[in-house]
Ligand binder design. Structure first.
Ligand code: PLP
Length: 323
């Protein structure tokens, strides 16, 4: 990523990295105004809400397009209003619908307006090349299990020009930034996973893109009424396909039946599984509530045979409308 070792701080996960970036920026860098979006991961949304409840920040949430794209013109307009020291926190790719943010463009806007920039890149590190010498980001969050590293380890990149204090207090590990004995197995596993992923990035990408296109095409063929949430073309995160089934086809049992068939997918963010609050992302892009949405995600380990199996299984579960 073209960061220096001194700019990387290991954390227990992406959630901790997001908390550290946002809370430290507000506490130590005089941030009083945050620009973000309602489709961020809860690790960002709930942290911002917590900061707002303590009356320390004012938040502007950007308008979203029908695929969840942020309004760059509005971002520029708000930045121009000079509402105090500003932090822009926008995710690089949405974990539910795959919509991506133009990280380069946002970084330039932030630089022009002297704003700090945090990006939750949990979905994109190791899947897309990110060159931190070319793109000016102040904070970037990542989590190893999104690229086949171990669970329980992540990192926060903090640009070397930025000086913040630790969020937790204790020993002097991680150059005084994150106390506690380091998770060596996790750190080594993360580094190895990142190395492997970066070495084979384009080959894995091609394989996964083919799987996603294959599923999309097969679904369109057997279910003409099918729709997709977010960007499903080259502009969208290639590891995710969010499928919107017509209500009469996709009952609440669909997820359950897929699970029984041995197919692991989710009704929203996997972090929210076990709750049935519905997807905050779909709500915020005004996706139809008459439809049932399921997120399928793919990795280098998935195969074309598995896509066929998924489609065959869906055909048995989903009664196709005869017109
Ligand atoms: N941000 C995004 C975009 C994610 O997809 C996730 C996890 O799914 C997280 C943050 C949280 O990461 P972790 O589970 O490592 O805390």
């Amino acid at each position: 990523m073209n960061a220096s070792a001194g700019e990387i701080f290991f954390t227990s996960c992406g959630t901790e990295a997001n908390n550290m970036a946002l809370k430290c920026a507000v506490r130590d860098l005089g941030v009083t105004h945050v620009i973000s979006s309602k489709t961020e991961h809860h690790a960002v949304l709930n942290t911002l809400e917590n900061l707002q409840e303590s009356d320390v920040i004012h938040i502007d949430y950007l308008n979203l397009g029908e695929c969840g794209e942020i309004d760059l013109e509005q971002l520029e307009a708000i930045l121009s209003e000079n509402k105090g020291k500003t932090l822009v926190s926008l995710m690089h790719a949405n974990n539910e619908i795959g919509t991506m943010m133009d990280i380069k463009r946002v970084s330039v806007l932030c630089e022009e307006h002297d704003a700090l920039f945090h990006t939750d890149a949990v979905q994109t590190v190791a899947h897309y090349p990110i060159n931190l010498q070319e793109i000016k980001v102040h904070f970037l969050s990542s989590s190893a299990h999104k690229f086949h590293g171990p669970k329980g380890i992540g990192f926060l990149y903090i640009n070397g020009d930025i000086k913040v204090k630790p969020l937790m207090h204790g020993g002097s590990q991680e150059r005084n930034m994150r106390p506690g004995t380091e998770n060596i197995y996790g750190i080594v596993g993360l580094a190895k996973a990142l190395e492997i992923a970066c070495e084979h990035m384009s080959e894995h990408r091609k394989h996964i893109e083919n799987l996603r296109a294959n599923l999309k095409n097969q679904l369109i063929t057997f279910l003409p009424d099918v729709q997709f949430n977010g960007k499903t073309d080259d502009e969208g995160l290639y590891t995710v396909l969010n499928v919107s089934f017509p209500k009469e086809f996709g009952s609440d049992l669909l997820l359950f039946n897929l699970d029984i068939a041995g197919i692991a997918c989710s009704g929203g963010s996997a972090c929210s599984s076990g709750t049935d609050a519905g997807s905050h992302v779909l709500k915020n892009i005004n996706a139809s509530t008459d439809r049932k949405s399921i997120r399928f995600s793919f990795s280098k380990y998935n195969t074309a045979e598995e896509i066929d199996f998924l489609v065959e299984s869906l055909k048995k579960m989903v009664p196709v409308k005869v017109s």
